[in-house]
Design a protein around this ligand. Structure first.
Ligand SMILES: C[S@@+](CC[C@H](N)C(=O)[O-])C[C@H]1O[C@@H](n2cnc3c(N)ncnc32)[C@H](O)[C@@H]1O
Length: 261
């Protein structure tokens, strides 16, 4: 081992020692909506408005225990399937759907200033109405994005979302391309994909430890979507800087949406 090796932090994988509740507390336990999340709420709200289509169903891949983006999607779908490889994430969502007293509180991210409803310019109804819509439209299922058929059977959705997931599954650029093939395999022809993740980032602190991710940047995202059959004229990509890169390791966030040809 060289001196450099000795100084380098030991890198883990996001699934090692995953703790759904700690992830929520660390990344979403805020009293106000952080700037990067506010930017993403507006980007997604604008995209959904511009597409202007109501979908029979949507699928969120690698949903984790998080519900703030589901809150934005539910008005546009009859049913939202949320899928993750970790049962503990699905259980955390079930807890919220059941209204358990110890469920995570999403009211800040959905209903507070600069949150999901704010990004809809006051057109989206009240927090209580949105939460009721989420409880009636969300369904949960397992998935594994290392598999060519992530849901374990053939499936096609007109709307697919995935946030902060594909770059973590196999944390190399080749691994990310392979995962992106699996993610996009469930987008129907003519369907839309919304994708977000960490930008130009090697690792992030998850559960108090550094976990490695694939380092993807703006041109990789546009490139992979084009190669996987998304019409270049429909590909929108934006990047926002990380808020505390020295603490979290996250250098920035990308957000994208595109339509499959
Ligand atoms: C950083 S978290 C993001 C969670 C959530 N989408 C969000 O925006 O906060 C990464 C998620 O990817 C999921 N994940 C990792 N490997 C996966 C795999 N092979 N298949 C499906 N999901 C996976 C993890 O369980 C975790 O929920």
């Amino acid at each position: 081992m060289t001196d450099t090796d000795a100084a380098a932090p030991e890198m883990g994988h996001i699934l090692r020692d995953w703790n759904a509740r700690q992830y929520l507390d660390d990344y979403y336990g805020h009293r106000t909506v952080p700037e990067d999340e506010a930017v993403m709420f507006r980007f997604i709200a604008r995209g959904l408005r511009e597409i202007g289509r109501h979908f029979e169903s949507g699928l969120d891949l690698g949903c984790g225990p998080a519900l703030h983006h589901a809150a934005q999607i539910v008005p546009w779908v009859d049913r939202l399937d949320m899928a993750d490889v970790h049962e503990s994430n699905l259980e955390e969502i079930r807890r919220w759907i059941r209204n358990d007293p110890d469920a995570f509180d999403w009211s800040v991210f959905i209903g507070a200033e600069r949150g999901g409803l704010d990004a809809e310019d006051g057109q989206g109804g009240t927090l209580a109405e949105r939460e009721a819509m989420m409880r009636s439209r969300i369904q949960l299922l397992p998935c594994d994005l290392r598999e060519a058929m992530p849901l374990g059977k053939p499936a096609q959705y007109p709307l697919v979302t995935s946030y902060y997931c594909a770059e973590w599954v196999i944390p190399t650029i080749e691994g990310w391309r392979e995962t992106m093939r699996n993610v996009t395999s469930v987008v129907a022809s003519g369907g839309w994909l919304f994708l977000a993740g960490v930008h130009a980032t090697e690792y992030a602190i998850v559960g108090g430890r550094p976990a490695r991710c694939a380092r993807v940047a703006h041109d990789d995202i546009r490139g992979v979507l084009g190669q996987l059959g998304f019409a270049p004229s429909t590909i929108h990509v934006d990047v926002t800087p990380g808020l505390r890169p020295q603490v979290t390791g996250i250098q920035g966030t990308f957000m994208a949406y595109a339509q499959r040809g």
